[in-house]
Ligand binder design. Sequence first.
Ligand code: UDP
Ligand code: MN
Length: 598
Amino acid sequence: MKRNIKTVLKFFLLSAVTVVFTVLLFRIFKSKQYPQNELLIKNRINGLEPIAPQNEFELVDNEKIDWHDYEKIKTDSLRTGPGEQGKPAYLSSSENQNYDKLYKVNGFNAALSDKIALSRAVPDIRHSGCKSKKYLKHLPSVSVIVPFHNEHWTTLLRTATSVVNRSPDHLLKEVILVDDFSSKAFSKKPLDDYLRANLTKVRAIHLPERSGLIRARLAGAREATADVLIFLDSHTEANVNWLPPLLEPIAQDYKTCVCPFIDVVQYETFEYRAQDEGARGAFDWEFFYKRLPLLPEDLKHPTEPFRSPVMAGGLFAISRKFFWELEGYDEGLDIWGGEQYELSFKIWQCGGQMVDAPCSRVGHIYRKFAPFPNPGKGDFVGRNYKRVAEVWMDEYAQYLYMRRPHYKGIDPGDLTKQKALREKLQCKPFKWFMENIAFDLVLKYPPIEPGDFGVGEIRNLAAPELCVDSGYKDRDQAIGLQECVSDTRKRGEQNFTLTWHKDIRVKGKSLCFDVSDPNDKADVVLYPCHGMKGNQYWKYDVEKQWFLHGGNPRCLDCDPGGKRLFVTSCDEKSKTQKWRFENVNLTMIADWENIGVQ
Ligand code: UDP
Ligand code: MN
């Protein structure tokens, strides 16, 4: 009996060992067979992006159709009420109570937003050619991702509503609102309940801590399942037929990232209007977002997508496949800032391209001011910029550091993953990007700024005791002449620079000599410098001692009696048109045409 028990025990033990062994073996085998699944689970636990499945979309044929939803366009055109058709709206005095409170926390007139319908009609301000444009019949599906931190209730819902209303149903798979740890009460359960009841394609995910817009977008992208990811800000409105123009270039080449035109929803009145008729995205060497003019080739085809060096940031479409091939955003970028450069450089340098689609328009509320307090993370923007510069900009990084020397001392954190990606994808050098894509950027924003053409007092030859004097004047005020002040230390208002921008600045201020009046003897007024020549263009002719204004030049002249300054047609014989400019850089002036060309 005892022996029997022993045998049975032995048998059970052996069987147990065998079962455990088999399970282990099976698991090892399985993990070998499906390494991606294991990785996916592991990455999710670590908070990293999963390896995305392949894009399902394939271009079947080139058939094109008219995608307009004419019924919707018709019903929209009949809408009336506050803010309808994008008209400016106003609060009545009794509605004004919440104005200040809501303005302060949003940076725009949120009380007015509450008065405007979520599904208001916006004006169709596309180029007229867009109205008859056809797009591929077979287009990829879309996940729209909207990160938000403390977005106002109705502007957030208007974003989602406009997307649902103005997208072809079968193309729009889902809208994911990513709540970046908002503290406003409605952003939790009331939002979820509202969406469940009213917008079934829209859902919210709630992040457990403040992650910043970059990691919030990544969190949304990880949830997304459609072919194309479209990122929007949480205070936007999609315009008529916005989707097909964004999707077609991606259907044709999945490595193309497409941006819509961004219209302006005015922060005070919610009026909907165009910003301009398009420009190419760029930056200066302090990393302020700037724009470059369209190329002559682009101007010939006003409804066709054109190449743009960098995106504005918040609004763009990219195939999910390409986004994850680029490993999304650098997760080390915190809160806000620099991510538009990271992704744009990465797209161009690593074999993709970026275009703006003029026939796709989305309105965006540019806030009056940023209402969020700094989340107590120090100079996170500087740190973000340094991460981008160190990984992507090669020798050009130094031009940023020259202007912001403290960046040199910032610790950008671990960059191994980003550098490995650049290596893995064999991305091109930044020099290639600067020379081939942003080739005209350095002309407008030279990495090393040329010096000044001239500096000092401007003394008249007809009345040599008189100098141009800015007289503590401010913008829009005309300037004149005063007795020259010989003591250079007391010459604050008689000291001017003719900068490489080809404008004349009051030394130490960013006020420029400006003439907008086309009439004879027009005043010279001060105006904030825009560096765009035009009304502020001045050239010094060393031989004739003339200050020439504008492309169709008139000469700086004066009436010594009235101490008045003006421009008039140039006259070789006039002595009042001759000026002695104290210090001129003759070498630079000789090279006038080659400096600051646009
Ligand atoms: N955002 C976020 N977390 C943040 C900061 C911003 O989710 O920490 C969201 C914000 O709600 C908006 C988008 O990111 O949807 C872009 O931010 P914002 O509109 O403030 O940038 P701007 O348009 O002013 O450049
Ligand atoms: Mn925004």
